[in-house]
Design a protein around this ligand. Structure first.
Ligand SMILES: [Zn+2]
Length: 413
């Protein structure tokens, strides 16, 4: 093992104290004092690795190891240090800390790369505070959408105000953007957040691609009425409609056994929300993902057909708003080959697998070649204080990341 596993573990342990929730949980919202504390700690390690550090106008923490040929496009690595409100210690953190370890080891080995290396902790990957994620990674590529600065959190603080309070200048986003062609490639290590590696008893996986999520908000409208008097046959019960649509989604997503398709209804609002009133309005979200876009499109059409049929049956009206729609993004073959070679070198039998969750790498995929290394997480649990990856597995992942980085750098020497 080339990387320093003990140092890596101590970094994880120190980082887990910032925003600590209960025994093993983390609450580190984006653009808060807690995240700033995490940035300061990570910055101190970046400085030890010989990097300069800055926080850009999107709220990204950027560590930079200047190459001997700084005109070359940068090798970028990283992930995020923000967490879910009831999150774990490894989601995102793993990608930042292993990247810092890889650069620290490079410096210790006396290797001076031609190409500049940047390690980034991206702002607001998680997306729950302002209800839209991948903010920093989309931001640096000029891929923000209209109105994103006006989005508010639960305390009605706008993203703009949160950025300014964090020391960023939203009027100077352009200065923090990367020109086309200025990123050579992007590498992200992440815990799997699913059970595939754990079930296969493999510590490391090579990601084939990130399946694209389709996000909808569906609104059903029926007719309120007294729960005690309106006869069943003439009811326009929006909640009964929603229930049938949820089951239809489940049937659609499971029609090919073993396929990686997943469909979820995760939130629902019911109006008026009284035990003795028939539900008039129901609003719920739909999340549909697949690595095969054709199949996902087919399922989307099936779901639209089901919603239409259910609403006709119960005399409801409906609307579907598309909140997010991204196609699957595949990892670069040349990077996957390097990662596979590193795994083989370490006697690791590393399977290829799809990522259901999206990551900062998905945003980067629109600007550069990318690859991801997955580290096994226990029982696939994530976005939960019970999230767990062993320090042995994380060290193996860091070693694979280090070897991959060196190989990418070495190709142009
Ligand atoms: Zn993450």
């Amino acid at each position: 093992m080339t990387i320093n596993a003990a140092r890596l573990q101590s970094h994880f342990e120190a980082m887990s104290l910032i925003g600590k929730l209960g025994e093993t949980g983390t609450c580190r919202p984006t653009l808060t004092k807690t995240e700033m504390e995490a940035f300061k700690l990570a910055s101190s390690w970046m400085l030890e690795a010989g990097m300069t550090t800055r926080i850009d106008n999107f709220g990204n923490l950027v560590g930079r190891l200047e190459g001997t040929h700084p005109e070359l496009p940068v090798l970028m690595m990283g992930s995020h240090l923000d967490s879910q409100p009831y999150g774990g210690r490894f989601d995102g953190v793993a990608g930042v800390l292993t990247a810092i370890e890889a650069v620290t080891k490079l410096t210790e080995q006396g290797i001076k790369p031609q190409r500049t290396i940047e390690v980034i902790s991206f702002a607001d990957e998680e997306g729950w505070r302002f209800n839209k994620g991948l903010f920093g990674s989309r931001g640096i590529l000029g891929r923000l959408e209209e109105g994103e600065l006006d989005r508010t959190d639960k305390e009605v603080i706008t993203r703009r105000k949160a950025l300014i309070d964090f020391g960023c200048d939203p009027d100077k986003f352009k200065e923090s953007e990367y020109a086309p062609g200025s990123i050579h490639c992007f590498l992200e290590l992440h815990i799997e957040q699913g059970p595939v590696l754990d079930l296969a008893n493999k510590p490391i996986g090579v990601v084939s691609g990130i399946s694209g999520p389709l996000w909808w908000t569906v609104k059903l409208k029926g007719m309120a009425g007294h729960a005690g008097s309106v006869p069943m046959p003439i009811r326009q019960d929006a909640l009964v409609g929603a229930a049938e649509i949820i089951l239809a989604l489940r049937h659609i997503a499971t029609q090919i056994p073993g396929a990686p398709t997943v469909g979820t209804v995760g939130t629902m609002n019911v109006f008026p929300g009284s035990r003795n009133i028939i539900a008039e309005d129901v609003e719920f979200t739909v999340d549909l993902r697949d690595i095969d876009l054709n199949r996902r499109n087919t399922y989307e059409a099936q779901l639209r057909g089901q919603i239409e049929a259910v609403c006709r049956k119960h005399n409801l009206t409906y609307s579907i708003t598309e909140d997010w729609n991204s196609e699957p993004r595949y990892c670069a073959d040349w990077l996957k080959q390097i990662i596979h070679a590193q795994c083989t070198h370490l006697n690791l039998d590393a399977p290829e697998l799809m990522s259901g969750p999206f990551h900062d790498a998905m945003a980067l995929s629109y600007a550069t070649d990318y690859a991801m290394i997955f580290v096994r997480c226990k029982d696939g649990i994530s976005h939960n204080p019970l999230e767990f990856a062993s320090y042995e597995d994380l060290a193996l992942g860091a070693e694979v990341l280090y070897g991959t980085m060196v190989e990418v750098l070495g190709r142009e020497v």
